[in-house]
Design a protein around this ligand. Structure first.
Ligand SMILES: [Zn+2]
Ligand SMILES: [Zn+2]
Length: 335
């Protein structure tokens, strides 16, 4: 079969690889759509936990092509998506309800071959069936949206909370919809792109603010009081540093964007103490595929407008090499 293989950091190519036959408890999926995300670029650049050669692709949808021994709940032809995270089930984290911190963590498209290929092999226990009304395009959003669901479970927005969100990229756009229907009163979204801010306002932000105009756009009252919840969805250290200026008394901060592993910011511990701050992380997905599927299938979270381009597997190599810094929302690969 044809696959995109990252042979080593900064070297991706399309080549023929062996068809992945399902082993016991597994299925092989004929891939339809695979989303490209920031993590794939980290993998391409060698700054993530992957080993090489690797076929990336962890946000995907497709049809079951072959069922391995012992799989009874799924059949050939089922339309599905798969949770990429594969937990061992027996380490201390798995046994204490922290499986997303599994000490033997494995993930499709990260530590084992993923869906930037015609076929991908996954454990049947990671599957969800797509409703007939859900397109493959939407099905490939279940994974990123499951990250949003986990973030929402972490941050626990209270009814009436005043929220400030930095970053209106593809993930920020999904997160802002979730925040807006989960009880926030104000939802200010900050970005450098006015078109993304307009989109944010259309899908639930009470206000989109250009980052260069942030301080003049906020009222003195807002600056003095800060916000109840501040979220970073950019992963950019200078933005994160700035975000803490907008924390108020007993505020929560959520780090949702993935920063570079070596990035640092400065924080005064006295401020954290004096202000009763809560600082939260949100590591990917944690048994949040089903709620994500429901949110999407009910149309409560809309994602079709986030697909800015659909490309072929061949074009994906160029994307890794050249286009990664352009101003896209979500790019999907049509297999
Ligand atoms: Zn992703
Ligand atoms: Zn484990």
């Amino acid at each position: 079969m044809k696959a995109l293989v990252i042979e080593r950091p900064f070297q991706a190519r399309i080549r023929q690889v062996e068809y992945p036959s399902p082993q016991a408890g597994e299925v092989t999926i004929k891939v339809e759509r695979t989303g490209i995300c920031g993590t794939d670029l980290h993998i391409y650049e060698g700054t993530y936990i992957s080993t090489y050669p690797l076929i990336p692709g962890h946000e995907f949808s497709g049809t079951i092509h072959e069922v391995g021994p012992g799989v009874t709940d799924y059949s050939v032809g089922d339309r599905v998506s798969s949770d990429p995270n594969i937990y061992c089930g027996h380490c201390e984290c798995c046994q204490t309800h922290r499986s997303n911190q599994c000490m033997n963590f494995a993930a499709t498209g990260v530590t084992r071959n993923g869906a930037m290929a015609e076929f991908v092999r996954v454990p049947a226990k990671t599957l969800v069936k797509l409703p007939d009304t859900m397109s493959f395009q939407q099905g490939a959003f279940i994974e990123p949206m499951a990250c949003v669901v986990y973030a929402m479970n972490r941050v626990q927005i209270q009814t009436g909370n005043r929220v400030m969100l930095f970053g209106a990229g593809a993930m920020g756009q999904q997160l802002l919809q979730a925040i807006s229907i989960s009880g926030a009163s104000e939802l200010n979204v900050v970005d450098v792109s006015s078109s993304k801010l307009r989109m944010a306002e259309q899908y639930g932000a009470t206000r989109g603010i250009l980052s260069s105009e942030l301080d003049e756009q906020l009222t003195d009252e807002q600056k003095r009081r800060g916000f109840d919840v501040v979220v970073d969805a950019t992963g950019i250290p200078s933005v994160i540093q700035r975000a803490f200026q907008y924390m108020g008394p007993a505020s929560k901060y959520l780090q949702f964007g993935v920063a570079d592993a070596n990035a640092t910011i400065q924080l005064k511990p006295f401020e954290v103490f004096k202000n009763d701050w809560t600082i939260l992380g949100s590591m990917a997905v944690h048994y949040t595929f089903i709620p994500s599927l429901r949110w999407l299938s009910e149309g409560r979270i809309r994602v079709d407008h986030l697909v800015s381009k659909v490309i072929s597997l061949e074009q994906c190599v160029d994307f890794f090499e050249q286009e990664k810094n352009k101003d896209h929302l979500k790019i999907q690969i049509q297999l």
